[in-house]
Write a new protein. Structure first.
Length: 102
């Protein structure tokens, strides 16, 4: 997921936070700790954090829960379309294709 807003210092902090979230997500998925992933990302996703919504969708996909994966991916897609964010639209559409083809 790309993050593009704010001033330079804020942008670097956002990127660092996103990198940390992605690292945690990858670690939880690699270790098949899907409940821990959900516990961390669900509250952030429910608050509207697009990156958390995407990582939660990815976690549900890897956990074999395509219904929830698709639900959260569609929320991300809706936000990305509202923001006219071509990069994230492409990323989420790829995930939705993977979910449908699993």
């Amino acid at each position: 997921m790309s993050s593009s807003h704010g001033n330079k210092g804020e942008k670097n902090k956002d990127k660092e936070n996103l990198d940390n979230l992605m690292f945690l997500s990858n670690a939880y998925i690699a270790q098949k700790k899907y409940a821990e992933l959900e516990k961390l990302f669900l509250p952030l996703a429910q608050k509207g954090m697009m990156q958390a919504q995407y990582l939660l969708a990815l976690g549900y996909y890897h956990a074999g829960n395509p219904k929830e994966a698709e639900r959260w991916a569609k929320k991300v897609l809706e936000t990305a379309k509202k923001d006219n964010d071509a990069d994230n639209i492409k990323i989420v559409n790829h995930l939705l294709d993977e979910i449908k083809n699993k």
